[in-house]
Structure formats: structure tokens, C-alpha cells
Ligand binder design. Sequence first.
Ligand SMILES: Nc1ncnc2c1ncn2[C@@H]1O[C@H](COP(=O)(O)OS(=O)(=O)O)[C@@H](OP(=O)(O)O)[C@H]1O
Length: 372
Amino acid sequence: MACLPTPADASLSSLLRRDPDFSRFSCGLSSSGAGQRSGCALLDGRLRCRPNFLVIGVTKAGTTALYRYLRQHPRVGASAVKEPAYFGSSNATTLSLRAYLALFPACEACARGEATPSYAWRNSAPAAALAASQLLGRAARLLMLVREPVERAASHYSYFRRRRFGAARNLSSALTAALDEFSLCAAQLGGLWDRRCTYRPGRRAAALEAAARTGTGTVVLPTLRHLARGRKEYELVQAGLYAEHLITWRRRFDAGSLLVLEASGLWSDPLASLRRVEAHLGLPAFEGYALLRAHTLPAEAREAQAAARLPRGRPAGFVPVAPGVVRRQAWVKASGSAEAEPLETLLLGRLRSFFQPHNARLAAMTGVRLVT
Ligand SMILES: Nc1ncnc2c1ncn2[C@@H]1O[C@H](COP(=O)(O)OS(=O)(=O)O)[C@@H](OP(=O)(O)O)[C@H]1O
């Protein structure tokens, strides 16, 4: 009887190793051909089904809206909570497999899935991709929403501010700190850019330091040491390195498993995006979506909506909003005041040259073009 394979890389797969239900569930799957196809098996006498799709990210690119749309489709069994954050986590609060599977309806013929926007890009992304491929199989479907990275970072920063994460006083200083950290990391690890700076740069710094102490490695500048403290500002830029994250996830899943969608497309023409999602998940087209409105829209966007000729029956939240309008909205929110916080030309130039090669790689890999 073939069960889930033993993880090849034990250090990455502690989640899989420490939960005995993994082997029991996977053996149950393997014992019946039908179960294997549907991804459902008996676990302690109850039918449990693994997800067969994941919305892996990215944070602040409209994942809540996509999850809410998917919940409406009659053939989708979405998880009972939006962000179980099951894969990749190694702390004690991680859900057990049993609790995770209990989030999904035991519908053998439906597409079951969840949306955890941090799967794609966090330091734990390589571990999450491996664990997800081991539970779901390499042919599972993945969806990743991307958003112009500066706009995304501004939205993310406004969330940090509300939660009092990070030390930066405003969006500009947060982004400056993040860019400085990346430059330092890249400079110390060699070359203008180094993929090793994408995940756990602090760990790299500590390893280099240890090597330097024993005389076998490079001396690390003290300035890089603070990366080991996992500063939140770093995440503002880290999450926007979409091509790097794609490479990480593509390594673990079949070619064609991953669909990348642009957030602004989901917002401006949700039905067109949802048709692509349905096709990717092998679902029939659903005609009954209740279209969601944007959570918040700035006054300019509301005026633009009012002035626009709306297609009959389409709610106002879905009129395309000019990129500049959305961008200003994010900056207003990030600054926490009614006044927009314009980013200085110098900083914008730095951000553009930082993200440009990443955006170009994303375009080459997926055809999705983001202009910073
Ligand atoms: N329909 C529509 N139109 C315009 N904007 C929309 C829409 N749906 C979601 N959003 C914006 O998406 C941002 C939230 O993204 P997420 O749901 O992925 O956030 S989270 O990671 O789950 O916290 C958040 O962006 P900001 O407003 O810039 O913060 C939402 O306003």
C-alpha cells in the first residue's frame, strides 16, 4: 500500500513528520482508487477530504474578495475560515491535520480550497510549498493574485500601522528601511541582487557571521545583523518579489498548476477573472455571482464611478479605477490621515529601479505586466 511519501527534506517538513494522521490519512487515500481521485478518505471513521486548490497569495492583493467569490460557486467547498495558515508554520499553534481537514466540506465531487495570502511569500514559503505539495499532490491547483508592488506595500503598511507592527513612523521611512535592508543583504551576499535575500536573510547573516568567527567565511557588517530580528518593514518589499515566489512554488508543483492573476483585473472586471479561475479549477461557469463592492473607495473613484456609464446590473464598485486613483487611496490610508502621503521622487525612483527587474521577470514568466 503506497502512502504519502516520507518527506525528502526533514528540516522543511517537520509539520508532516510530527502529525501521525498524515500517514493514516494518506494510507486511507491509497487504499481506494475512488478516494485517491477525490482526495477523500476515512479518518477515525469520518470522511475527511484534503483541499485540491489553494489561493497562496499575495497579502493585500484582493485575496479576501477572491475567497468570497469562490465561496459563492455551488461546486466549490471553501474552507470554513479564510486563512487557516496551515502550511509552512512550525510553531506550536499550528493546526493538526485533523483540525485542518475538518475545515473542508466532505464533498467528493467539488473543488475544495482555502486562501492564506502569506503562503506565497513569507520566510516559510519554501517549507509551505513543500508541505502543500505533499498533502495535496503536485497536480493541485494554485492561484496567486499579484498587485503593483508599491501599491501593495502601501496597503500592507497601513495594516501594520493599525496593528502597531514595525518601527517606521510613516510609509516612506518603512519603504526606505526595507530597501536599505535588501541592498545590504544583496551587497553582503554578493552581487546587486541575490535570491538568498528573499527568504530568511537574517538566518543567512547569522550563518555568515558564524563562518567569519571560525575564520572560514566573510566578515559580516554589523548592519546586517538586525535582519536576524525579522523586522516587519522587510516584509513590505519581500512580499512583492513575485517572480521569486513563483519559482519557489513551481519547484514543488506541476507545470500549469499555478494561475497568476492581477488584482486590478479582479476589481475592474471580476467576471472575466472568475472565468479564468473556474477554467483553472475545472469548474463549470457560474452565472449567479453576487458582485462584491470595494471595501473603500476614495472620493475621486466614487465620482469616476458616478460619471461612468455603468453596464446594467453591475454594481458601482467594479467600474475600472485609474491606477493613480487606487494608488492615492492606498497612500492616504497608509499615512493615516486625510492627506495623501506622496512618496518623494527620489524614493519612487529607487522603488521603480528595485522592482523593475522583478516585474520584468514576472512578465516573462506569466505575461502579467505590472508597472511600478
Ligand atoms: N473590489 C475591490 N476593488 C478595489 N479594491 C479592492 C477590492 N477588493 C479588495 N480590494 C482591496 O484589496 C486589499 C485587501 O487585499 P486582501 O483581501 O488580499 O488583504 S489580506 O491580505 O487578506 O489582508 C485592500 O486594499 P487597500 O484598500 O489598498 O488596503 C482592499 O481595498
